[in-house]
Design a binder for this molecule. Structure first.
Ligand SMILES: Cc1cc2nc3c(=O)[nH]c(=O)nc-3n(C[C@H](O)[C@H](O)[C@H](O)COP(=O)(O)OP(=O)(O)OC[C@H]3O[C@@H](n4cnc5c(N)ncnc54)[C@H](O)[C@@H]3O)c2cc1C
Length: 415
């Protein structure tokens, strides 16, 4: 039987409690590190393919990382370079996600979005986006004059706009809950408060070093984190989000040249204090360095938020703090002074004092400031030569939209 459960005491969702000294070793079929939206989608897909799955999650619940700190937008697949993983998995993921939401009654809305050009120089960029989107198989976009867009959205000011009817919003928590239920119904075990602290490619294959999360907390007080359990999985999916790179750096035997450099960029949101939304569509300016611009999103309750901006942060955090998600998520209220002029380019009636600090998320990036945007990296044995190891790096936006397709990709390629 699954050792995590054995060492966890009684319940499926308990942590690793009461371990004796020494490091017990146990075999496992498939282990997924991280219960974010991608880890859960992968666990569900592996379980559907007949694998016995254990999800190891450092936090006390699922989806507490980037998966609960995003715009909750179902992206159409407009921006990403043709044939990139982001383009292919976003377009496929969107289709799968709408189908899944409809079948499972997951709250979502196909609101549509307008990408707007507010200056003459920007109109050519809209044309380029249209061409790019077509190459990605997004063929429902409509270019429109500013007057037509402003008729649809009277508070909007723009010269030209691109309407994406298939962009929508989703209740990401309900989505994750449903993925979790599917996976658990198929026998998946979730071990919360449990961290993967490293690994080793040994004679018996992959060895994963596991510890209770509370041991990681003690690490901040200066103590060394030792594994309490060694797991020997046949298949290991490193879906640790912001920690995927620092974790892979701790897999001894994996050639470090296959582990990219991690960069982190915080994105802050401000909410609009007025209760009635000025817009019925999502409104996006043109993309900027590191992000897709401070846009207007609506949640399913009609609340309006603006963001995320892009703030590069120092990537020098120690791995254990990273596993514990000790990033600074505070939203500095004074940064709203930068939001007003950007938003007023397309929403001139935005009133002074109407923005309130919301929340922030951290992008797990593989390219730094000024560098060209990077693609998702999904690395298996074909790349790094280690049987059974799949690393997911740089799963930033559109990772939520792409989650079901990422899972499908892994099952079709690595099982
Ligand atoms: C500001 C922002 C806005 C975004 N907006 C959108 C959007 O509108 N639409 C969209 O499609 N995408 C969006 N994204 C991207 C999307 O949120 C992510 O791609 C997606 O949530 C990534 O999911 P994940 O499961 O890979 O990572 P996470 O949700 O971060 O999950 C990783 C999990 O691994 C756990 N973990 C970490 N280290 C360890 C360890 N050592 N041992 C055990 N567990 C560990 C963490 O606790 C966490 O639960 C946005 C991202 C950001 C930052």
């Amino acid at each position: 039987m699954l050792l995590l459960r054995r060492f966890a005491g009684t319940g499926r969702r308990r942590g690793l409690a009461g371990l004796a000294s020494g490091v017990p070793r146990e075999t496992a079929d498939a282990v997924v590190v991280g219960a974010g939206v991608v880890g859960l989608a992968v666990a569900r897909a592996l379980a559907m393919a007949g694998r016995e799955v254990v999800v190891v999650e450092v936090a006390s619940s699922f989806g507490t990382g980037t998966s609960s700190r995003n715009s909750e937008v179902i992206h159409a697949g407009i921006y990403y370079p043709p044939r990139s993983l982001m383009a292919c998995l976003c377009v496929r993921g969107k289709e799968m996600l709408y189908k899944y939401c409809a079948e499972r009654w997951i709250p979502h809305k196909r609101l549509g979005k307008l990408i707007v050009a507010t200056g003459l120089a920007e109109t050519a960029k809209l044309d380029m986006l249209l061409t790019n989107a077509k190459q990605n198989g997004v063929d429902d976009l409509q270019m429109m004059e500013g007057s037509q867009a402003m008729e649809m959205e009277p508070e909007l000011r723009c010269l030209k706009a691109l309407l994406s009817p298939s962009t929508g919003i989703i209740d990401s928590h309900s989505f994750m809950l449903s993925l979790l239920a599917d996976a658990e119904n198929l026998g998946t075990t979730i071990s919360y408060n449990t961290a993967v602290i490293g690994g080793h490619v040994g004679y018996e294959g992959l060895e994963l070093h596991i510890s209770e999360s509370k041991e990681l907390h003690k690490h901040s007080l200066g103590s060394h984190v030792s594994p309490q359990l060694t797991l020997l999985p046949k298949l290991l999916i490193n879906s640790a989000g912001l920690s995927a790179v620092p974790l892979a750096k701790r897999f001894h035997g994996l050639n470090p040249s296959f582990v990219p450099t991690a960069y982190y960029a915080r994105g802050c949101y401000f909410t609009l204090s007025q209760t009635k939304s000025p817009f019925s569509h999502l409104i996006y300016p043109l993309p900027e360095d590191g992000g897709i611009g401070v846009h207007v999103t609506l949640d399913l309750n009609g609340l309006v938020r603006f963001g995320p901006d892009v703030e590069w942060i120092d990537s020098g955090m120690d791995p254990v703090s990273c596993f514990l998600n000790r990033f600074d998520y505070s939203v500095n209220p004074t940064t709203c002074s930068k939001f007003y002029p950007v938003i007023r380019k397309y929403f001139p009636n935005l009133k002074d004092g109407s923005l309130e600090p919301g929340y922030s998320g951290m992008r797990p990036k593989l390219s730094g400031p000024g560098q060209p945007p990077s693609d998702f990296v999904i690395q298996g044995e074909d790349v790094h030569g280690i049987p059974g190891l799949v690393n997911l790096f740089g799963i930033e936006s559109p990772g939520l939209t792409s989650s079901l397709a990422i899972a499908e990709h892994i099952v079709s390629r690595y099982l």
